[in-house]
Unconditional design. Structure first.
Length: 116
């Protein structure tokens, strides 16, 4: 099982980034996929999630209207489009695949830094 995030980097406030998470080694389309982030000194928090077959989405209040999560089951990839970025969005962003408590995996994370 492998989740590999990419697309992080340094961006000015108001800018945009799109993160990607490429999955392998499991039945991707059956898993709920989500993005989480962890800022220095803070707990990891859920940013957005997307259902397996229904594709239903859920967002943290802090990113609603600015971030969009999507998935391409054929490419086994989940995306996070981030717009109108703020300095408080600075964090390491992690991709997660969840089927059940026994079947849950995390990526290694990608750094997003938003300068003011």
């Amino acid at each position: 099982v492998q989740l590999v995030e990419s697309g992080g980097g340094l961006v000015q406030a108001g800018g945009s980034l799109t993160l990607s998470c490429a999955a392998s080694g499991f039945a991707f389309s059956s898993y709920v996929m989500s993005w989480h982030r962890q800022a220095p000194g803070k707990e990891r928090e859920l940013v957005a999630s997307i259902g397996s077959f229904s594709g239903s989405t859920n967002y943290a209040d802090s990113v609603k209207g600015r971030f969009t999560i999507s998935r391409d089951n054929a490419k086994r990839t989940v995306y996070l489009q981030m717009t109108s970025l703020k300095p408080e969005d600075t964090a390491v962003y992690y991709c997660r695949a969840y089927l059940s408590p026994a079947y849950s995996n995390w990526g290694q994370g990608t750094q997003v830094t938003v300068s003011s």
